[in-house]
Design a protein around this ligand. Structure first.
Ligand SMILES: Nc1nc2c(c(=O)[nH]1)N[C@H]1C(S)=C(S)[C@@H](COP(=O)(O)O)O[C@H]1N2
Ligand SMILES: [Mo]
Length: 558
C-alpha cells in the first residue's frame, strides 16, 4: 500500500519536474534559435550514435514514421527516468534532483554538439534542468509528507471529507508554515497528531493540485514555445517564392511514358508518395535571405553564392529518378520528379578544381555530409544544384531552398538536402557520414526491376494477366525487361518510352495464364541495362552499396 503510494506520488513528482523542465526549455529554445529544443537534440544525437543495423531497422520498420517513433522513444525513456527520479526523491531528495540535473546535462551535451551550435544552444536545457530541479525539490517533501501521513496498512480506511472544513484549512496552513521550518516529515507528524484524516486528505489534495498545476503550466509553455519556434519556419516564405523559368526546360514527356495500368507506379511520383530518407529529426528551416552556398577546398578560385545568385544563372530542368541505397529487392525507395537547378559542372568550371581533388564533399546545414566523385559530376550528365521540384520551389523536407542531385548515383552519395557547402577534396582525405558507418564511398545505382501488378498473393482469373512494373538503371538506361513464370523461359516485356536514361521505365507483359494449371505460380523479373549487363540473380542486402537479386511475386490462378 505504502509502496504503491510512494510509487504513485513519486512518479507524479518526477513527471511534474521533467514536464516543467521540458516545457520551460521550449520557449527558451524559441528565443535562442532554430534546432535547439533539447528533446530534438537528444533524438538527433541518438540517430548519430546508434549503430547502423539499428538505424536500418528503424528505416525498414518505421518507414517514414521512424522520426515520430524516435521522438516517442525519447519521450518514453524520459518518462521512465522521470518516474525513477521522482520515486527516489521521496527518500533521497538530492539524489532525485541529481538525476534530473543529469538529464539536463545530457540535453546540454546533445545541443552543443550539434553541428554549428554555439554555447547559447545549451541554454534551453540548462534553464529547463534548473526549473526541473526546483520543481522536484519543491514537490518531493510534500509528496513524502503525503505518503508518510497515510495510515499504516491494515488500519481502517479513513473517511475523507468531500470539502475541507475551515478548521482543516487553518490546520494545514499551520502545517505549511511548519513544513518550511522543520522539513516535511516533521510537518507530516504534526499533521497526524492534529487531525489525522482530514489533514492527510487536504495535504494530498494540495499536493495533487500543485503537481497538476505544474504539469498544466509546463504543457502551456511547451506549446507556446513550439508555436514561437514555428514562426521561424520558412513555409510562408516558400509559398511566396516565384522561381524563374528554365533557360533549358525539360523536353515534354514522350507520349506513353505512363502505361496507366491499375496498381502500376505512375511515371512522375506525386509528392505525397515520394519516399523520404534523411537523418534530420527537425526539418532544417533555412531561409533564402540568409542562404549562402560556399564552394571551396582544393580549388583555384573559391566562391560563395547567394540564393539569388543561383536563380540568376541559367537554370535547366530535367526529369530524373532518385533512388536510395537502402531500397530492398521489390522496394519502393525511389521516385521521379522534374527538377530545376543550376548545372554543378558549370560551377566547378568556374572554381577550377585542382588535380587530385577527386571527391566533392557536400554539407547540409545540419552537418550531414556526402561525397560524390568529381569525375562523375563533370562527365556531362545533368548533375544539378536544385532549387525547384515539379514546377515549385523545393519542398522543405526535400532540402529547401537548395539540394543536389546527380543522375545515376544513390542519394547518400549525391543528393544532399539543405545544401550549404561544397568542398573539393579527395576520397583519401575525407569519409562522409554514411561512409564513416561502413557504406561504400562510391555507389552507382544498380539495375533494378520490380513487379507492381499483380500484387503478391493476388488471385487471378485464368485468362490474360497483365504483369507490369518499373525498372531503373539511371544514366545507363534500361534496355530490356524480361519476365518468367515458375523458372521457365524468359519473356521480353514491352517497354514504355522514356525522356532519357536518367529515369525509371515502365514495362508490361501479358501473361496467357490459361497455359498453366490452376494454383500458385511465381512470376520473376529481371532487367538489362544499355551496357548489356543483366541484373544478377544473386540476392544481396542493401549494405554496403545496394541490394541485388530478382524480384518475384507469387500469384494464384483460379
Ligand atoms: N541533408 C541530408 N541530405 C540527404 C540525406 C540526409 O540524411 N541529410 N539523405 C540522403 C539520402 S540517403 C537519400 S536516398 C536522399 C533522399 O532524398 P528524398 O528524401 O528527397 O527522397 O537524400 C539524401 N540527402
Ligand atoms: Mo538513401
Amino acid at each position: 500500500m505504502t509502496r504503491m503510494r510512494t510509487l504513485g506520488f513519486g512518479a507524479l513528482t518526477g513527471v511534474a519536474a521533467a514536464g516543467a523542465a521540458l516545457g520551460v526549455a521550449e520557449p527558451v529554445a524559441a528565443a535562442v534559435g532554430r534546432g535547439s529544443s533539447p528533446v530534438v537534440a537528444v533524438g538527433l544525437a541518438f540517430i548519430d550514435l546508434v549503430p547502423r543495423p539499428i538505424k536500418d531497422f528503424g528505416i525498414e520498420t518505421f518507414g517514414q514514421n521512424d522520426k515520430v517513433a524516435l521522438l516517442a522513444g525519447v519521450f518514453v525513456i524520459l518518462a521512465v527516468f522521470a518516474v525513477v527520479c521522482g520515486v527516489v526523491s521521496l527518500r533521497h531528495r538530492l539524489l532525485g534532483a541529481a538525476g534530473v540535473a543529469l538529464f539536463g546535462v545530457a540535453g546540454v551535451v546533445a545541443a552543443v554538439t550539434r553541428p554549428g551550435a554555439g554555447p547559447v544552444a545549451s541554454l534551453p536545457a540548462l534553464v529547463g534542468a534548473a526549473i526541473g530541479v526546483g520543481v522536484l525539490l519543491f514537490l518531493a517533501p510534500r509528496a513524502a509528507a503525503v505518503v508518510s501521513a497515510q495510515p499504516p496498512a491494515g488500519s481502517p480506511k479513513p473517511e475523507i471529507p468531500a470539502e475541507p472544513t475551515p478548521d482543516d484549512e487553518r490546520t494545514s496552513g499551520r502545517a505549511d508554515a511548519m513544513r518550511t521550518d522543520e522539513g516535511a516529515s516533521g510537518a507530516a507528524d504534526a499533521m497526524r497528531t492534529k487531525t489525522p484524516n482530514g489533514v492527510t486528505a487536504t495535504s494530498r489534495r494540495r499536493f495533487l493540485s500543485l503537481a497538476g498545476s505544474a504539469l498544466v503550466v509546463s504543457a502551456g509553455l511547451g506549446v507556446a514555445g513550439r508555436y514561437l519556434s514555428s514562426l521561424r519556419d520558412v513555409a510562408a516564405e516558400r509559398l511566396k517564392l516565384a522561381l524563374p523559368a528554365a533557360a533549358d526546360p525539360a523536353p515534354p514527356l514522350p507520349a506513353g511514358v505512363d502505361l496507366k495500368l491499375p496498381d502500376l507506379t505512375p511515371f512522375v511520383t506525386p509528392e505525397k508518395d515520394f519516399y523520404r530518407v534523411d537523418t534530420a529529426l527537425a526539418v532544417p528551416q533555412l531561409s533564402t535571405d540568409e542562404y549562402r552556398l560556399k564552394i571551396h577546398g582544393r580549388v583555384r578560385s573559391p566562391m560563395t553564392l547567394t540564393y539569388q545568385d543561383l536563380l540568376d544563372r541559367e537554370l535547366v530542368e530535367r526529369v530524373i529518378t532518385l533512388s536510395c541505397v537502402s531500397n530492398e529487392v521489390g522496394g519502393t525507395l525511389a521516385g521521379t520528379a522534374r527538377w530545376l537547378g543550376v548545372p554543378l559542372k558549370a560551377l566547378l568550371d568556374e572554381v577550377q578544381p585542382e588535380g587530385g581533388a577527386d571527391q566533392i564533399v557536400t554539407r547540409s546545414v545540419d552537418g550531414w555530409t556526402c561525397g560524390t566523385p568529381t569525375s562523375v559530376v563533370r562527365d556531362g550528365r545533368d548533375a544539378l544544384i536544385v532549387v525547384g521540384m515539379n514546377g515549385k520551389p523545393l519542398p522543405i523536407e526535400r532540402g529547401y531552398p537548395v539540394r543536389m542531385l546527380v543522375p545515376g548515383l544513390y542519394g547518400y552519395v549525391s543528393a544532399t538536402k539543405w545544401l550549404v557547402d561544397i568542398e573539393l577534396t579527395s576520397f583519401s582525405d575525407f569519409d562522409p557520414y554514411w561512409v564513416k558507418r561502413g557504406w561504400k564511398a562510391q555507389a552507382p545505382i544498380k539495375t533494378f526491376s520490380r513487379i507492381d501488378t499483380p500484387r503478391p498473393l493476388a488471385n487471378s482469373k485464368a485468362g490474360t494477366v497483365t504483369v507490369a512494373g518499373v525498372a531503373w538503371a539511371q544514366h545507363r538506361g534500361v534496355e530490356r525487361v524480361e519476365v518468367r513464370v515458375d523458372g521457365g523461359e524468359w519473356n521480353v516485356a514491352t517497354l514504355a518510352p522514356v525522356p532519357s536514361a536518367d529515369t525509371w521505365r515502365q514495362w508490361r507483359w501479358d501473361w496467357d495464364a490459361t497455359k498453366v494449371a490452376p494454383g500458385q505460380h511465381t512470376l520473376a523479373v529481371r532487367a538489362t541495362d544499355r551496357t548489356g549487363a543483366t541484373q544478377p540473380e544473386q540476392r544481396a542486402k542493401p549494405f554496403p552499396d545496394g541490394a541485388t537479386g530478382w524480384h518475384s511475386v507469387v500469384v494464384t490462378v483460379e
